[in-house]
Write a protein that binds this ligand. Structure first.
Ligand SMILES: [Zn+2]
Length: 199
């Protein structure tokens, strides 16, 4: 679905500073507080806004990054990536074409690197692994770039799965809710009504 100027204004304001109040955001982009609140609820349910967190600087905490370039066979790449993701020191895992996987880890000392490489080495089906210990980070910006034209892929508000084809769109409390099938629709409406009754 296409995001409009209000959605984009909210994302931009929050990406700059997640501690901004709804009132501040509403004033900044020229809409009402309830509008910001309902739009934000939708952006959260779509998984566009994943969390509100402080940005800690690993270098100020004497932590270093290690980038791993891992080669696996095409058939086993997803499993290798899943296994890599389970290691606590590994903070981000991306699969690429042809069985390549890029993983970013954080370590505190030289021994940590060895422990990390041992753990990675124990994962089956890795053909090759190169690692690079970071020396200095020159740039670290949030990965999502908020441009003036953005779209979000729809996920079902009930089962959180991707919606293939036309979504079921229902309007409650002046906002749209997206569901993938009739059974999710029924469960969601039940849950929603219960939540409203409890609130
Ligand atoms: Zn669903």
């Amino acid at each position: 679905m296409e995001l409009d100027a209000t959605d984009i204004g909210i994302l931009r304001a929050l990406q700059e500073d997640a501690r901004r109040s709804l009132r501040d955001i509403a004033k900044r982009i020229g809409v009402s507080v309830p509008t910001v609140s309902s739009r934000l609820a939708t952006l959260e349910q779509l998984g566009v806004v994943k969390a509100y967190r402080a940005v800690l600087d690993p270098e100020r905490l004497n932590e270093r990054s290690v980038t791993l370039i891992v080669k696996s066979n095409l058939q086993t790449a997803d499993q290798v990536a899943t296994d890599l993701s389970k290691l606590e020191r590994i903070r981000r895992v991306t699969t690429a074409r042809s069985g390549w996987i890029v993983a970013e880890a954080t370590v505190t000392n030289r021994e940590d690197v060895d422990v990390l490489l041992d753990a990675v080495g124990a994962i089956p089906n890795i053909v090759d692994c190169e690692h690079y210990v970071g020396v200095r980070t020159l740039k670290e910006e949030p990965r999502a770039i908020v441009t003036d034209t953005l779209s979000a892929s729809l996920i079902c508000f009930q089962c959180k799965g991707p919606i293939a084809g036309e979504p079921i769109k229902i309007r409650m409390d002046e906002r749209d809710h997206y569901l993938c099938c009739r059974s999710c629709e029924r469960l969601y409406i039940e849950k929603y009504k219960k939540m409203k009754a409890g609130a």
